[in-house]
Design a protein around this ligand. Structure first.
Ligand code: PMP
Length: 361
């Protein structure tokens, strides 16, 4: 069976080469006589996979030596709670920049645990843009400033991180991690669920500055304390071994395809294919995001009439395009074009969109 044109928002497309390699190794990994899922997480064979995944992250993102790389369960959503649990200390305020539903959810968890504030927001426009980086409200009482680097639902993305704050910068990069090079040293804390750009669901990547860990709170449950994971190399308890094995393979694939810089070139090319159709459609397709805030990962758009949205989605599905429904809070359509979505899939979607417009003008 042919592979689908997979535009799912997450879990999302994985590189076919990675899937085929995993398939080959499924019943007998590395001459162990068993699959990687059946290995002990304390075995040498598994540990090699685990440690290599961590060192590939360091290598591909140029992570400086004064940072720790952790692999944690619970998704990005657990990070919404773990961050304030560990770092929102008494007398300090957690500052959230709201750029979409995921930022709101992150804020909600912090609110339950301490003082919070909203340093900037674009809610009044239904999150069509990233607020001006120079106008965010910050103060010396900020424990941290939290941003969502790519807004999966609304299709907006930070294209630089020049925020006017000296507070530690924290970022949820779930939907654009390793889609381009980033200045890790600008951040004190980065986290990302793997299931969009890095692998299957089940593992969450955390990159945290060591200096920050020294100031973290102590009186919290063991598994929810970052220092537990640091001290045990993310092996305090049984990790999601298969998800980490797949992460390892996807990281190799990224490396073989030009690393973060290679991903950036490919992702820009894919996004431009789709935004060109929208911009040249004379209003037939309307992008949700304002141009300067457009995401290279999630292309959100509506057709000029609501009933055309439905027709578009139905015919796209029949033509083999999967996952184009927009999130209910934005409506319309969304093409998620993470690292593993091919240029060919985007070209096919572009041709389909042009053809649909000609037939339904
Ligand atoms: N943050 C962002 C930006 C997301 O896109 C998502 C998932 N779509 C989440 C957080 C939540 O991730 P998880 O399901 O891994 O908890």
């Amino acid at each position: 069976m042919a592979r689908a044109h997979n535009f799912n928002a997450g879990p999302a497309a994985l590189p076919v080469e990675v899937l085929e390699e995993a398939q080959k190794e499924l019943v007998n990994f590395n001459n162990t006589g068993m699959s990687v899922m059946e290995l002990s997480h304390r075995s040498k064979d598994y540990e090699a996979v685990h440690n290599e995944a961590i060192s590939l992250v360091k290598d591909l993102l140029n992570v400086p030596d004064d940072y720790e790389v952790l692999l944690i369960q619970g998704g990005a959503s657990l990070q919404f709670s773990m961050i304030p649990m560990n770092f929102l200390t008494n007398g300090k305020t957690a500052n959230y920049i709201l750029t979409g539903a995921w930022s709101e959810k992150a804020l909600k968890e912090a609110k339950a645990l301490g003082e919070t504030k909203i340093g900037a927001a674009s809610k009044e426009s239904n999150y069509t843009y990233i607020p001006d980086r120079n106008s965010i409200e910050t103060s010396s009482d900020d424990a941290y400033v939290h941003i969502t680097s790519n807004n999966t639902i609304f299709g907006t993305q930070y294209h630089d991180f020049d925020l006017n704050t000296s507070a530690p910068l924290f970022a949820d990069m779930s939907s654009d991690i390793l889609s381009k090079p980033i200045p890790v040293d600008r951040f004190s804390f980065i986290y990302a669920g793997a299931q969009k750009n890095l692998g299957p669901s089940g593992v969450t990547l955390v990159i945290v500055k060591k200096e920050l860990l020294e100031q973290s709170k102590e009186n919290i449950p063991t598994l929810l304390k970052y220092n537990t994971h640091v001290e045990k190399n993310s092996l305090y308890h049984t990790p999601p071994t298969f998800a980490i094995y797949m992460l390892n393979k996807v990281l190799h694939w990224i490396k073989d395809n030009g690393g973060a810089a290679g991903m950036q070139i490919r992702n820009k090319e894919k996004a431009e294919l789709l935004y060109d159709v929208i911009d040249n459609s004379g209003g037939f397709y309307k992008g949700h995001a304002q141009e300067e805030s457009r995401s290279y990962m999630n292309v959100t758009f509506n057709l000029k009439k609501e009933d055309l949205n439905q027709k578009f989605l139905m015919e796209a599905k029949q033509a083999g395009f999967v996952g184009l429904n927009g999130h209910r809070s934005v409506g319309g359509c969304r093409a998620s074009i993470y690292n593993a979505v091919s240029v060919e899939s985007c070209k096919a979607l572009k041709d389909f969109m042009i053809d649909f417009q000609q037939k339904n003008q």
